[in-house]
Write a protein that binds this ligand. Structure first.
Ligand SMILES: Cc1cc2nc3c(=O)[nH]c(=O)nc-3n(C[C@H](O)[C@H](O)[C@H](O)COP(=O)(O)O)c2cc1C
Length: 197
């Protein structure tokens, strides 16, 4: 966070060229443009990660800059299609690459699904819990057939849900980032104490 402005990392977890998930995330990004936030977008189609091999990946030269990019974020917004009730493999692989970089920060999700994507959002929430992150108590899910018009523009209903999420990630992202900074600088007990330098 810089001068009270939270930094949001958007992660696009679909490799499809015409992915509806990416369209929804791009729309979300444009809504964020009107908010007090800095934004980075990591599209795993354009910037793929090789499959995690813990012995090789964490020791590789290329890992440091990836980690720094993730560590900079106060909020993560993960967009994924529903694959068999789960997040996409590329998103899971992204999530596996980092751990401490998520702690004390905020997770949010946008899920493309015909079935509301509840199990997908739950899995992302499980990762948040495992890594001591917070999560927004709801997800935005969309149905690629019902929530876009013929030009693949989001309907006003989806647009409103994305606006609500944008508001919440900026407001709660800032609150959590402020508290995280205090906790890291302080001496009181609390789960962030383990991350003090
Ligand atoms: C391998 C695979 C598995 C899928 N499994 C589900 C599923 O379990 N439930 C569901 O609602 N949709 C499922 N779908 C449909 C996609 O989630 C849906 O079409 C989504 O909007 C695609 O997002 P995209 O346009 O970003 O690729 C599946 C699609 C694929 C390719």
């Amino acid at each position: 966070m810089t001068n009270g402005v939270p930094h949001v990392l958007l992660v696009s977890g679909s490799l499809g060229e015409k992915s509806s998930t990416r369209i929804a995330l791009k729309r979300f990004q444009s809504v964020l443009d009107d908010k007090e936030a800095t934004v980075d977008c990591w599209d795993l189609r354009d910037e793929p990660l090789t499959f995690l091999n813990p012995e090789e990946t964490f020791a590789s030269e290329s890992y440091g800059p990836l980690k720094a990019r993730v560590a900079k974020a106060d909020v993560f917004v993960f967009a994924t299609p529903d694959y068999h009730g789960s997040m996409s493999g590329v998103l899971k692989n992204f999530l596996d690459h980092f751990w401490k970089e998520y702690s004390g920060k905020l997770f949010a999700s946008i899920v493309g699904s015909y079935e509301k994507g509840l199990t997908v959002a739950d899995q992302i929430r499980t990762v948040a819990r495992q890594c001591y992150a917070w999560s927004i108590p709801y997800a935005v899910s969309f149905n690629e057939k019902a929530d876009f018009d013929e030009l693949m523009d989001p309907t006003s209903d989806l647009d409103n849900r994305l606006r609500m999420l944008a508001q919440d990630v900026v407001v709660y992202g800032r609150v959590l980032a402020e508290q995280r900074e205090k906790d890291l600088a302080g001496t009181d007990p609390g789960f962030m104490a383990r991350y003090r330098k």
